[in-house]
Design a protein around this ligand. Structure first.
Ligand SMILES: *Cc1c(COP(=O)(O)O)cnc(C)c1O
Length: 401
């Protein structure tokens, strides 16, 4: 154990310590500048030290920090109205502190809906291979990744895991104990796999036909990251009944939300659910400020422009390094590539060149920069990646896991 290190050993951070951020860059104590192309894993959507949320946070800090849902939460009401005005399905919102809690609320909402409709036996939640929904007991069971379940006791009942994109398996799996289908419109951890619009629409139709609820996990792919406020909005006619958001909607302040139709949320009455910090005035001040920025049409148009440019550049890298790049992945600024060389090594090479990136399942190099990046940041990133791929070319051949 490193001397003086009393944190759980659940992460393996590099030695660099970032003490300051500005826009798309992070700085160490001695002033070294790093290009941040992971943004706290899809969180700092407005970059670092953005004036709008900073002003909202400091102004709120002068007023009141915490009240709890026992009292009127004006910031929460305002933000819930903004979400509901922007999303045709949305009528009710429950605020949380994290993505996992938003998913927990979504799953509780779905089960309660069926319970109140006289079908308490409908409690199974169907999810798909490669899914990631968080790290609480219920959300690791929802995700079904054996790596995250191992060592934590018996699997919880009520979760059904299906292969990704297998329509027949899905139709077969739905029974009179099914409560809901839970899916990420763009899989994050699983390897940046977008679900095509036709599949999302297919899920919607299937849920309607079977009388079950459709839950989207837009914790990672929402908040403007794909160039729409939420990734499912690329597919017409594929609205969910319930949606969980977090990460980007707080822009770096811990917050999330479960957003639902009035009908789905009807059973969530006093006593059924709660959260001490949910809707906290500081979080809501930031959440409102972040929303006001990311919901501007010109903001989203710039995300689309810059992500198209980025994808073009990625195409170039793929052609240039056929022994390194296997295929391009993702949507908008939740993007990357499946590599033929170990993604984890390429990430380390990027760090040496002062660029931050991430990795995901399926040996994918994951990039999720802040949404304020420009074409110049993309050029800088591509130059670093080109150097790394040049180096990676020489690595021993490698069997992707
Ligand atoms: C990060 C993430 C979560 C969990 O969010 P936390 O804030 O870490 O609890 C859930 N779903 C998806 C898709 C995520 O990317």
């Amino acid at each position: 154990m490193a001397q003086g290190d009393h944190l759980y050993n659940t992460y393996r951070p590099p030695a660099q310590e970032f003490v300051r951020g500005e826009g798309a860059y992070l700085y160490t104590e001695n002033g070294d500048k790093y290009l941040d192309f992971i943004a706290g894993i899809s969180v700092n959507c407005l970059g670092h030290n953005h004036p709008a949320p900073k002003k909202a946070l400091t102004e709120q800090a002068d007023k009141v920090w915490h009240l709890s849902g026992m009292y009127q939460l004006t910031g929460a009401k305002k933000l819930a109205k903004k979400y509901c005005d922007a999303l045709p399905f949305a009528e009710k919102v429950f605020f949380t502190n994290s993505g996992a809690e938003a998913i927990e609320c979504a799953m509780k909402t779905a089960r309660k809906f069926h319970y109140d409709n006289g079908q308490p036996e409908r409690f199974d939640i169907i999810t798909f291979q490669g899914a990631f929904h968080g790290r609480t007991f219920a959300t690791i069971n929802a995700g079904g990744n054996p790596k995250y379940l191992k060592g934590f006791g018996p699997a919880l009942p009520g979760f059904i895991h299906l292969p990704f994109g297998d329509h027949d398996a899905l139709k077969e799996a739905i029974s009179d104990t099914t409560a809901a289908i839970l899916v990420e419109p763009v899989q994050g951890e699983g390897g940046l796999r977008p679900l095509p619009a036709v599949c999302l629409r297919g899920l919607r139709e299937l849920c309607d036909e079977k009388g079950i609820l459709l839950i989207y996990d837009e914790v990672q792919c929402g908040a403007g990251r794909t160039g729409k406020l939420f990734a499912h909005q690329w597919a017409e006619g594929a609205e969910p009944d319930i949606m969980a958001v977090a990460k980007g909607v707080g822009g770096g302040f811990p917050m999330g939300a479960c957003i639902a139709t009035e009908e789905a949320a009807a059973g969530m009455v006093p006593g059924t659910h709660g959260s001490t910090y949910g809707g906290n005035p500081l979080a809501m001040a930031v959440g409102n400020a972040v929303w006001d920025e990311i919901s501007k049409p010109e903001f989203l148009a710039q995300v689309t422009r810059v992500s198209n440019f980025l994808m073009q550049q990625f195409e170039g890298l793929k052609d240039e390094f056929p022994t390194v790049v296997d295929e391009l992945r993702g949507k908008g600024l939740l993007c990357g590539m499946k590599l033929k060389k170990p993604a984890i090594d390429v990430r380390a090479m990027m760090l040496e060149r002062k660029m931050l990136g991430g990795s995901a399942g399926d040996n994918v190099l994951r990039l999720a920069p802040s949404l304020i990046i420009t074409e110049d940041h993309v050029r800088e990133a591509i130059a670093v990646l080109r150097e790394c791929f040049e180096e990676a070319k020489g690595l021993d051949d490698f069997e992707a896991p």
